[in-house]
Design a protein around this ligand. Structure first.
Ligand code: ARG
Length: 410
């Protein structure tokens, strides 16, 4: 029996407990059609189509395999709204300009790697950075998804030394050992770009070296202190988060790396300043000749400012797009106003939005925020090499089944 669209929608509306996937699909499609000023009739038509596809998938494949394939339009708008809903991001005023790359058709790790190299070129754009997301095939129900093991497409290795110190980025020490275990060899400098580790569903992870030309880097100098360049610091131009799951209308994209441009404090205050990262404040303060024995000399604060000036100065000198925290804060408040005009709230995590220095000098500090989770959105995923594989026999353990289940090389 063939049901009319109206009948199907009536069924959907009347169903007491629709499967979560369909409920999510309905929610998202309502949002999409309303925000794009599409008609109720068009919405009903599309919902009926999804409902049919979902039912058909249920007939073809056994138990729990129901799903639907999103249109390109649904995917593109969903990715933009996922950014708009990202409670930790201060740069959301630009959400509508996101460049969305639909790469759902790619099926091998090699193809995905090539597409990611393209992403780096397109997004970096010679320094005039464009916010970009690359979306690979969705997670099939009941199956493992595609995973990038790196937390970001570009990160520097951290090498644990015999006596416990770390050369490079301590945050990457565990992942670096894993890469070495897979057969990668780094140079051992503080700024070795890590390889990309890609895992296809049910397969072992594969690593790929990123081509040097695809990774733009900025050597760090200071507008006033000539000695600053002697520290030999640099940072990559493109921040590209690669291990979060994108969820749109109930469909999960486990591999959807997205990139924007940096806010200076991300590098200067956190990546360089944090004690558990490059821990450069004592080094800079000493070179500045500050009194590092007394906390009340505020040497940390002074060094922090100069590190930030160095990052901004160097990125601008190299023609690489970057934003300072004062401008970013002002843009966020403008976004807040625009969203209010559109009848929406800006869900936000105050602790993540307020920049990590000079907080009270910015309007965001004085703004009350509601930290609510709206969808579409990005979600953290379990660390791939710590994912329990014993209860999922379909996924072969990464290094063979005789190996321990936790961190595979310890
Ligand atoms: N904070 C991260 C880093 O330092 C990047 C996170 C995303 N940042 C961005 N501006 N899009 O690498």
């Amino acid at each position: 029996m063939k049901l009319s669209n109206n009948q199907i929608c009536k069924q959907i509306a009347e169903a007491e407990s629709l499967p979560t996937l369909l409920l999510e699909a309905i929610d998202y499609l309502r949002l999409l059609y309303q925000e794009q000023s599409l008609s109720e009739l068009q919405l009903q038509k599309r919902l009926a189509e999804i409902y049919r596809e979902y039912g058909r998938a249920a007939l073809q494949i056994p138990q729990g395999s129901h799903t639907y394939w999103q249109t390109e339009e649904e995917l593109i708008y969903g990715a933009k709204v996922a950014w708009r809903n990202s409670t930790r991001c201060i740069g959301r005023i630009f959400w509508e300009t996101l460049n969305v790359r639909d790469l759902r058709h790619l099926t091998t790790a090699e193809e995905i790697f090539d597409a990611i190299v393209d992403h780096l070129y397109q997004a970096t754009n010679g320094g005039n950075i464009r916010s970009t997301i690359s979306i690979f095939a969705p997670v099939a129900p009941g199956q493992p998804g595609i995973h990038i093991w790196n937390s970001q497409l570009i990160r520097y290795a951290g090498y644990r030394q015999p006596h416990g110190s770390i050369v490079g980025d301590p945050e990457q020490a565990e992942f670096t050992e894993l890469c070495q275990h897979l057969g990668w060899k780094g140079q051992g400098t503080p700024f070795d770009v890590l390889p990309l580790v890609i895992q296809m569903p049910g397969e072992k992870p594969q690593w790929f070296e990123l081509p040097k030309e695809a990774v733009m880097e900025v050597p760090i100098a200071h507008p006033d202190y000539e000695w600053f360049a002697e520290l030999g610091l640099k940072w990559h131009a493109l921040p590209a988060v690669s291990n979060w799951r994108l969820e749109i209308g109930g469909i999960s994209y486990s591999c959807a790396p997205f990139s924007g441009w940096y806010m200076s404090t991300e590098i200067a205050a956190r990546n360089f300043g944090d004690e558990q990262r490059y821990n450069l404040l004592p080094v800079v303060a000493q070179r500045m000749g500050l009194n590092t024995r007394s906390k009340l000399s505020l040497w940390k604060d002074q060094a922090l400012i100069e590190l930030n000036r160095a990052i901004l100065y160097s990125f601008i000198a190299c023609g690489v797009k970057i934003v300072d925290h004062h401008t970013a804060s002002a843009q966020f408040m403008q976004h807040w106003q625009r969203e209010a005009d559109a009848g929406r709230i800006v869900p936000a995590d105050w602790g993540r939005i307020v920049p990590p220095m000079s907080a009270s000098t910015m309007q965001v500090f004085h703004q009350e925020m509601q930290d609510v989770c709206l969808k579409p959105n990005f979600f953290q995923q379990p660390v791939p090499w710590k994912r329990e594989s014993s209860n999922r026999p379909s996924i072969p353990s990464v290094f063979g089944d005789s190996q321990p289940k936790q961190c595979p090389f310890r």
